[in-house]
Design a protein. Structure first.
Length: 231
């Protein structure tokens, strides 16, 4: 995809938190994180749910990001209504234990609910019971070693038809809505987000049967595209 005309700093962190600050003396261990690319096909083309970081933030103001964040301890205790597909589970476990893989899946769904008000699964009172079955694995990215706050983010995909509810922001992000892929080329996005969007477009261009078999990559550091070893 083409570069946006206004581009924020390239040291975006995939988890969605503010990673600004001084360079650490020693490399910081990345925190596990997950983001969800919720997409739909419309008569006008493919659209993706994204939100805009508040314009008064010190780091990356006004930049569009996917719903996502770091894994919380409680993410390990989720009780899903349906489990991960074999392919999605296997790909998550390239870089995570089985328990951590499920926590990452729940993190992505939880962040979708917290940031956008949508539910992938069902609510039982105040408890979110996630539906892991619609999730598909896209890629992962690791923040550069020079950053004071680092993330090891996994990017998952789900079709919007599986989500219920109305979009309503929690205050974490502004202007949460579905953006056309073509529109995103003119929006301010960080380098890592542009790379992830490119990976998604490549995934989308494949026939459904070929998507699961495509070679896996990870984004290491600023923009290194590294081929994964088989699980």
């Amino acid at each position: 995809m083409t570069d946006a005309p206004t581009r924020p700093r390239a040291d975006d962190n995939p988890g969605g938190a503010d990673a600004g600050g001084r360079r650490p003396k020693r490399a910081v261990r990345p925190r596990d994180a997950a983001s969800l690319i919720l997409w739909r096909e419309t008569p006008k083309g493919i659209e993706i749910l994204m939100g805009r970081r508040h314009r008064n933030l010190r780091f990356m103001p006004g930049v569009l990001v996917f719903p996502g964040g770091r894994v919380d301890p409680d993410d390990h205790s989720a009780s899903p209504v349906a489990d991960l597909t074999e392919e999605t589970r296997r790909k998550l476990e390239i870089s995570a234990t089985p328990a951590r893989a499920r926590a990452l899946a729940y993190c992505a769904i939880r962040e979708l609910h917290e940031e956008a008000g949508l539910v992938l699964g069902r609510m039982e009172g105040e408890v979110l019971r996630p539906d892991f079955a619609p999730l598909r694995y896209l890629t992962r990215a690791i923040t550069p070693t020079r950053m004071p706050i680092r993330f090891h983010a996994r990017f998952l995909i789900a079709e919007a038809r599986h989500a219920t509810g109305e979009i309503k922001g929690s205050g974490e992000l502004e202007e949460i809505r579905f953006f056309a892929l073509s529109e995103l080329h003119q929006q301010p996005v960080a380098n890592i987000t542009a790379l992830i969007l490119s990976e998604f477009e490549a995934w989308l261009a494949l026939k459904p049967a070929a998507r699961e078999a495509r070679p896996l990559i990870r984004i290491q550091g600023m923009d290194s595209r590294v081929t994964e070893r088989p699980a």
